[in-house]
Structures are given as structure tokens and as C-alpha cells.
Unconditional design. Structure first.
Length: 466
């Protein structure tokens, strides 16, 4: 994650280069868009509210890095991010998901993100609280008998409160410290303790349907009527490891201010949220005349339009303004063009970038260079079986060449084709692990060609396999 000083466009592109091969123009556009958001935050005049994000639309075949660019971008700056399929939405008034649900999902992501950050900040404090509670469960204080309790109104007990013998208190504290040491070493994890758990029985979930879209928002009656109808506690025997989780959840609820979490989450969504609208080409009209309303094409475009241009969406955490949320749309646009979208929506995506199809050199880089490269992934997987996997340069060249050739002759699915090729090449090692256990395996060009030759021989057959 980058800090504010690291948000320079060149630095953002460098970070994206660690995971995504090629597509320099697209990286440059998103880096500028991200930097502009940071610049807007620094403006102190009234002009700040008038500066809106320049939404981006990416055009290119599947598997070239559209989704990955947006996802990595959000991770760099720790911004709330969701990916939604535009083709899954329907127009308001029809059965299906309404477009506002994407904003509600983004708020849920932000709330969880802020809550986890708060937990990390309070973790040390909570661990101390939980440790003391576990010690109280493992070694409860012996209650004194009623005869030993001091009553100032009882003339038979004298004028002063009796003092607990020092030796008893010392023994108790020493025993507690011994248990504390064992607890920290994990020696008491399987020991059973009796813990009090609040029973939420009798408070079912109450579902509210918003608007005409019947988008379900679950609101627990436990939250609404918790004070009016207090939960009845019940005692349950659990192991120390399980008791720790229960007590941690309770402690976190006590030390974390949920109102502060909600406010911070809403602020992040409104100022740094990113929504990735995939498959936007599927809601573009193909130009053919239609009879009646087009529920999942132009109707969805009309519903998306006010969200993209700026409106208020009601969520269970409060209203959210979408004016400064960054929208990144993407689509292959094989059957349609960007101009097939309604003009108003086109105008809300002023930045357009076309991603190029991947070449042999790109495939070679994808196999070897990124931090999460495919060869590294398969090497780690087989290492768990005691198999040391290596690829020589000729084998990598051969796989990249096959990938480019198949993409040109058939549907271009980009780097996703490499997953299929590697599965075919490594099938024997992945299946017959006993034979190759504790051995070093080197994949050569001959092995690659032998595995892929039968698949490539018949183009019709390869349509079913690749």
C-alpha cells in the first residue's frame, strides 16, 4: 500500500508493472486518475466539490488485464473496491438486481475494511482484556462466606473491616501468574471452561424490501430491539481456544466505536471508492429495433447514468453521495461499439483506452516476471508434494508461442489461455505425485511439444479442450 508521497503517477505505474505485463497506456490513464483524486483532496477552496473524477472505459478482449489493473489500483491505496457485472442488473421495477445495489455493496466492503483496521489498532488492548477474562474463568476468586463479609451495622463485627490474610492473596496471585505463563505458551488451549453466551433466540431477522427492485436488506431485530428486549444469557462449556475467539468478539464490540467506523467508511466510499463495471458492452444496444422497453440493456444504462453522474443512494449505514466515486468500465466490444451506449452515459466516461492483445513476448513475461507469475504458482504447489519444478528457457518460449498461435486461430482469451496450457503440460506431475516425490523435474521444449502436439493437430478438437 502506498502512502500519499508514493502516489506519483510514475510510482503507481511501477507498482502495477510488478503484477501486470504490458498495457502501458491503460496504466498511465488510471495512474493519472488516481493522482487527480489526491490533488482534489488538497484543494481548500469551494472548487473542490466541483472537481469530479474522470471515469475510464477500457476496451479490449478478455484476459489482457482490465480487471487486474483496477483491482491492483485499489489495493495500492487501500480504497474500497468492488467488481460488478453490468449484465446482471435489470431496470428498476423488474425482477433482478437494481443498479443502486453496487453502491450498497461498496459501503459494506468499506465498513468491513475500516472495522478490520480498527481491530488491528485495538488488538493489543483486546488481547490483554481477553487474557484477564480467561484467567478469571480458569481460576475464579473464591467467594467468602456470608459470615466473613463485613457489615458496618453489625455490632458483633467491631469497628474495622477485617483484612484478608496476606498469605491467601499471595498464593492466589502466584497461581494466577503460573496460569498466565501457561496460557501464553498455549499449554491450556484444550482445557474446558464455562463461559456465558448471550442467547439471541427469539429475535429473527427482519427483511426490508427497498423500492420496486425488491433488493433485500437484512436488518436484525436484535440491533433494533436489543435494549427493549435484552438477550437472555446461557452458560456453555467450551475449550480455551474457542472461548478466546468468543471473548475477543465481545471485547472488540466494546472497544470499537461503530459510529466512528460507519462515518469513516462512508467518507472513504464518497471520496476514494472505486467501482469496476465489467461487461459493459453486454448492455449496449446492437442497433436492431426492439419492441417495448429493453429491460436489461438501455433500461440498465438509464439506471446507471444517475449513479455515475452523481446522486444519493440510501444504504443501511446512511445516505451516500456518488459524485466522487471513480467508475472504471470495461468490455470487449466484439459485437457492439462504445457509440452504441446511450450518449449521456458515453459522456460520463470521458477517458477511453484500448488495451492491446497480448503477444508472444508478453506471454513469456507473464509466465516469469510478475510476483504472482504462473510458473511460480505451480512451483509452490508442487513443492508441497516434494517435487522441485523447473522450466528451461526453450520450454517457456514454446508455451508462449503456442498460446499466441491458439489465440490467433481461435477465440482470443488472452493470458487465461496459459492456465490451460500449463495444466496440460504439468498434468502427469500434478496427478502421479508418488512417482515424482522428492525429485527434481525439468520441463523442456520437447515435453511441451509432446503434450500440446495432439491438441493442436485437430483444430476442431482443440475447440473443446482449449
Amino acid at each position: 500500500m502506498l502512502n500519499e508521497s508514493g502516489l506519483l503517477p510514475k510510482k503507481i505505474v511501477e507498482e502495477l508493472d510488478k503484477y501486470i505485463v504490458g498495457q502501458e497506456e491503460a496504466k498511465k490513464k488510471v495512474a493519472i486518475a488516481l493522482r487527480n483524486r489526491w490533488r482534489r483532496q488538497k484543494i481548500t477552496s469551494d472548487l473542490k466539490d466541483d472537481i469530479i473524477p474522470k471515469n475510464i472505459i477500457m476496451i479490449g478482449p478478455t484476459g489482457v488485464g482490465k480487471t487486474e489493473i483496477a483491482r491492483r489500483l485499489a489495493k495500492l491505496v487501500n480504497a474500497p473496491f468492488i467488481k460488478v457485472e453490468a449484465s446482471k442488473f435489470t431496470e428498476v421495477g423488474y425482477v433482478g438486481r437494481d443498479c443502486e445495489s453496487m453502491v450498497r455493496e461498496l459501503v459494506d466492503v468499506a465498513v468491513n475494511m475500516v472495522r478490520e483496521e480498527m481491530k488491528e489498532k485495538k488488538r493489543e488492548e483486546v488481547q490483554k482484556i481477553v487474557e484477564e477474562k480467561l484467567l478469571d474463568l480458569l481460576l475464579p476468586k473464591k467467594s467468602r462466606t456470608s459470615s466473613s463479609k463485613y457489615n458496618p451495622f453489625d455490632i458483633t463485627q467491631g469497628d474495622e473491616k477485617p483484612v484478608l490474610p496476606q498469605s491467601d492473596e499471595d498464593v492466589f496471585q502466584k497461581a494466577r501468574e503460573i496460569l498466565r505463563e501457561k496460557l501464553r505458551k498455549g499449554e491450556l488451549e484444550d482445557k474446558e471452561v464455562e463461559i456465558e453466551i448471550k442467547d439471541a433466540k427469539g429475535l429473527p431477522l427482519f427483511q426490508v424490501f427497498s423500492g420496486g427492485s425488491f433488493e433485500e436488506i437484512e436488518i436484525s431485530l436484535q440491533e433494533m430491539l436489543g435494549k427493549i428486549m435484552p438477550q437472555s444469557p446461557k452458560r456453555k462449556k467450551v475449550r480455551v481456544s474457542e472461548a478466546r475467539k468468543i471473548l475477543e468478539n465481545v471485547a472488540f464490540q466494546e472497544v470499537i466505536d461503530f459510529e466512528q467506523v460507519t462515518q469513516e467508511a462512508l467518507d472513504r466510499v464518497q471520496n476514494s471508492g472505486i467501482i469496476f463495471l465489467d461487461e459493459i458492452d453486454k448492455i449496449a444496444s446492437r442497433g436492431a429495433p426492439t419492441h417495448g422497453p429493453d429491460v436489461s440493456r438501455e433500461g440498465v444504462q438509464r439506471d446507471i447514468l444517475p449513479i455515475v453522474e452523481g446522486s444519493t443512494v440510501l444504504t443501511k449505514y446512511g445516505p451516500v453521495r456518488t459524485d466522487h466515486i471513480l467508475f472504471i468500465a470495461a468490455g470487449a466490444f466484439h459485437m457492439t461499439k462504445v457509440s452504441d451506449l446511450i450518449p449521456e452515459l458515453q459522456g460520463r466516461f470521458p477517458i477511453r483506452v484500448e488495451l492491446k492483445s497480448l503477444t508472444k513476448d508478453d506471454f513469456k513475461k507473464i509466465l516469469t516476471e510478475p510476483k504472482n507469475s504462473l510458473i511460480r504458482q505451480y512451483s509452490e504447489l508442487l513443492a508441497t508434494e516434494g517435487i522441485q519444478l523447473e522450466f528451461n528457457d526453450e520450454a517457456i518460449d514454446s508455451m508462449a508461442e503456442y498460446c499466441e498461435r491458439i489465440n490467433q486461430e481461435m477465440e482470443d482469451i488472452g493470458a487465461r489461455r496459459l492456465h490451460t496450457i500449463l495444466e496440460i503440460v504439468l498434468e502427469d506431475y500434478l496427478f502421479d505425485v508418488e512417482t515424482y516425490h522428492n525429485t527434481k523435474v525439468t520441463v523442456t521444449k520437447e515435453v511441451v511439444e509432446e503434450k500440446l502436439k495432439k491438441v493442436i493437430e485437430s483444430r476442431d478438437l482443440s475447440r473443446f479442450i482449449l
